[in-house]
Design a protein around this ligand. Structure first.
Ligand SMILES: Nc1ncnc2c1ncn2[C@@H]1O[C@H](COP(=O)(O)OP(=O)(O)OP(=O)(O)O)[C@@H](O)[C@H]1O
Length: 206
């Protein structure tokens, strides 16, 4: 993924301008900046969820600028995995069914792979539980498994540990780093928590 001279403003407030960087296969970068500096906005632009103003975003060398909503949505399924501060699991689906949702959307459901991913995040025994029966850390681990189901090229994570205690935050962080390395997925992680990501290469806003 490539960001080329990205700029964005909400009316009078300019969040950033001339922001360029590349994310290669399995590369990790952290977006740091105070509250309101535009971390979420940047991730939404990179995911094609917000209209570009200045500059461009390229997925695997291809500009997303001219793509229709429909084309973008189809490409996004295989290109981008998303994890947010809130897990956004479907309450009426089990952990396994939640992990399989991107597979349904992409027309490629593989229960074995879903179970394997749940195993990788330490939740094989919870596969058939509903989200309400899981702890906060467990729900976020299901959300991570779901984000990786289609083997995306890039995982975009927006404050993914923001609602977890220290121990769970470190566990989710560790899993995100190890699984994305293993699958060759690049990771771009926005956070306030500088301690949790100390030593990782950063993009600083604000
Ligand atoms: N739809 C919108 N219309 C106007 N201003 C907006 C809109 N969405 C966000 N903003 C403003 O843009 C700024 C950046 O928001 P953004 O959510 O990207 O920041 P952030 O760095 O992710 O913040 P936080 O760390 O608090 O989540 C904020 O000042 C916010 O109020």
């Amino acid at each position: 993924m490539e960001a080329l001279e990205l700029g964005f403003r909400y009316s009078e407030v300019e969040l950033f301008r001339g922001l360029s960087f590349r994310l290669e296969k399995a590369q990790v970068r952290v977006v740091l900046g105070p509250s309101g500096s535009g971390k979420t906005t940047l991730l939404h632009l990179l995911a094609g969820l917000l209209c570009l103003q200045a500059g461009d975003v390229r997925w695997e060398g291809e500009s997303i600028r001219q793509k229709s909503e429909e084309k973008l949505a189809r490409r996004r399924l295989h290109t981008i995995g998303l994890v947010f501060q809130h897990h956004y699991l479907q309450p009426e689906l089990t952990a396994l069914e939640n992990v399989l949702v991107p597979g349904y959307l992409a027309g490629r459901v593989d229960t074995g792979w879903g179970l394997e991913l749940l195993g990788r995040v330490g939740l094989e025994k919870q596969a058939h539980l509903f989200p309400k029966a899981l702890s906060g850390g467990e729900r976020q681990r299901v959300a991570l498994a779901r984000a990786l189901y289609n083997r995306p090229k890039i995982l975009l994570a927006d404050e993914p540990t923001g609602s977890l205690d220290r121990r769970n935050a470190e566990r989710v962080m560790g899993l995100m780093l190890s699984l994305s390395q293993e699958l060759g997925t690049a990771l771009l992680l926005a956070t306030h928590d500088e301690h949790l990501v100390a030593g990782l290469p950063e993009i600083r806003l604000g």
